[in-house]
Design a protein around this ligand. Sequence first.
Ligand SMILES: Cc1ncc(C[n+]2csc(CCOP(=O)(O)OP(=O)(O)O)c2C)c(N)n1
Ligand code: SF4
Ligand SMILES: [Mg+2]
Length: 303
Amino acid sequence: MNIRIRIDQIPKESYSLPGNAACQGCPHLIGLKIVGKVFRGEATLVIPAGCSSIIPGYHPYTSLDMRVVHVPFASAPAVAGGISRALKIRGENMGPVIVWAGDGATFDIGFASLSGSAVRDDDIIYIVSDNEAYMNTGVQASGSTTYGARTTTTPILGKRDRKKEIDLIMLMHKIRYVATASVAYPLDFYEKLLRASQIKGFRFIHLHSPCPPGWRFDDDKTVEIARLAVETGAWILFEYIDGRLEISPPSRPYRDKSRRKPLKEYLSAQGRFKGITEEDVKIIEEMIDQNWRLIENLMSYFK
Ligand SMILES: Cc1ncc(C[n+]2csc(CCOP(=O)(O)OP(=O)(O)O)c2C)c(N)n1
Ligand code: SF4
Ligand SMILES: [Mg+2]
């Protein structure tokens, strides 16, 4: 599906309004802005508990010019699947039904219903905006938190377990669309949302969303940190569509390891890795290499 978007084709209208409750530099807001523009506000967002429940503000006010349904953690994909079916039965075309969830909601608390929804092939787009911890309740580690990162539940040594490979788990559900994206590459995310919206069934997008207070960096550095993740190879942009898996254009140069920036540039820009040992940096490097090998092998597998 050859969709290429130029910056001047992106609507100027915003469906995510100022005066909202997000912190400055919030990555969720960058992502939500893009979602709003792609669907010109014609989408139904199902949002489980998390920072994104707070961002729209208190009823009857809302900063999101899209339909929003707030739900408890574990029910999000089931509610979205139900809405999608109900709209079909009523013959109403109201744009896609989208779960917009955090990593805690996705990797941990809502994991069972996420898996069930994928197995049923519910006709929804599931977006996890991954800031790698339970931010709304005070930066507790989740199944998504990177090895070595300090959180309020891993304060001394940093997290000792590795990040769960949620995309690969979703891929093995044999759904039709799985992609990673980054708030630093809005056109790539925009195109992926467009391509995903042209497919029916369960679609999964994993958005990398660095959070200034949770990762401890200045709030004007969100995009810089997200870009460093891609440039160091720590975050791999890829897309599985039409039975093929491909590395996305912004990540392609970094298939060649010698072109990647040193991982330390990414880690040292974040307070959550302050004091990390050389040994832990090596362990993270090895995990990144493993992920690249895994993706490259899967590319051959899906050829
Ligand atoms: C079943 C349940 N457990 C715990 C909570 C408390 N809670 C509300 S928001 C939140 C954090 C959500 O983290 P995440 O999904 O990563 O979203 P983020 O806030 O990081 O965007 C938690 C634990 C809850 N609302 N419901
Ligand atoms: S804590 Fe992070 S994710 Fe939550 S509103 Fe603030 S910047 Fe956004
Ligand atoms: Mg989170």
